[in-house]
Design a protein around this ligand. Structure first.
Ligand SMILES: C/C(=N\O)c1ccc(O)cc1O
Length: 319
């Protein structure tokens, strides 16, 4: 094992394939470093996860490989691709697609939200990504701004959801571990019924509601405050306030979407599929822009049509 510039130990075969550079992010489960694939100079992100953060995972190592297999097959333009996977006896190294725009978290700076049109474009892509995960039997369970990555610095850009592999690979998702991170995005049933009856894909709809609230309002719907009930209590009661000064410029349809997602009873909450049919998203200009970002025309799609004369320097068979 060779030491990189800081104390992280990388497996030899990892070092042979990748050159590790600087840190680009840290999460509750580990840190993220920029790396270069030596053979192609392609930039990648490497998530380094210390197994001691996932005590129950030791026994689940076998199905970690199986989960990796499932995740390799996951393929959607708004989901981060798992490109490679290494592990030592105490660390996981997950090689992921790099997103130059970094985390959405750094875009929704405290105090002001995104333009409504930008929030709508991002939210639509999140819905498409999460609907695809659910169709493939994966519940994300940890949707939050840190797990939404931006492809570029541009406002209207492709976004990708990450860390869905986290919960799926590192099985051993216990309620206690779930409660170790910030509870702000956790759905009510995770605190109430989850321990016994378990919970379904509707938990992701709640988290997307919190995400949309933050993108539009620029502040969290459920947050710690000395004179308020605990965050957990606020969530279980579904108590949130759209402060007029922060929401005055936001459309009624956008507010309606948020209100229909932040519903405590999962059976009454708007589903991902229904959210995609909500009037707020029936916006042809946004849909066209999103589809262009998700499915950019490839060269082969723009082949000159057969009735065009080949360019002077081009030898066409009818040249
Ligand atoms: C986890 C990840 N990519 O997969 C990532 C995390 C942080 C960041 O700034 C850029 C990134 O690409």
């Amino acid at each position: 094992d060779l030491m990189s510039d800081d104390q992280t130990i990388f497996p030899k075969e990892f070092q042979e394939k990748y050159l590790v550079s600087r840190g680009i992010g840290t999460g509750v489960c580990g840190e993220v470093k920029l790396a270069f694939e030596r053979a192609t100079c392609k930039k990648v992100a490497v998530k380094i996860i210390n197994k001691k953060n996932f005590p129950s995972v030791g026994t689940a190592t076998r199905n970690a490989e199986r989960e990796i297999e499932i995740l390799r097959r996951i393929d959607h333009p708004c989901l981060i691709k798992t490109e490679d996977f290494y592990q030592t006896e105490d660390t996981y190294y997950i090689v992921l697609e790099l997103m130059e725009g970094g985390e959405l978290f750094n875009r929704v700076k405290a105090g002001h939200g995104l333009d409504e049109a930008v929030a709508k474009l991002y939210f639509y892509q999140m819905l498409m990504a999460v609907e695809y995960l659910h169709r493939n039997g994966i519940i994300h369970r940890d949707l939050k701004p840190e797990n939404i990555l931006l492809a570029s610095q541009a406002k209207t850009c492709l976004i990708k959801v990450t860390d869905f592999n986290q919960s799926k690979i590192l099985e051993g998702e216990t309620l206690s571990r779930t409660l170790c991170g910030t509870p702000s995005y956790l759905a009510p049933e995770v605190f109430t019924r989850a321990a016994t009856t378990g919970y379904g894909p509707s938990v992701d709809a709640w988290s997307l509601g919190v995400l949309l609230f933050v993108c539009l309002g620029g502040y969290a719907p459920f947050y710690e405050h000395p004179s308020r009930p605990s965050v957990q209590e606020q969530i279980i009661q579904g108590e949130f306030t759209m402060v007029p000064s922060k929401w005055k410029g936001i459309s009624d349809q956008a507010k309606d979407m948020v209100r229909k997602l932040l519903v405590v009873d999962p059976s009454l909450r708007l589903s991902i599929t229904s959210a995609l049919q909500h009037p707020w998203l029936q916006d042809p200009a946004m849909l066209a822009q999103a589809n262009k970002l998700m499915y950019p025309p490839q060269d082969s799609d723009t082949e000159p049509s057969h009735n065009k004369r080949p360019r002077e320097d081009e030898e066409g068979d009818n040249g």
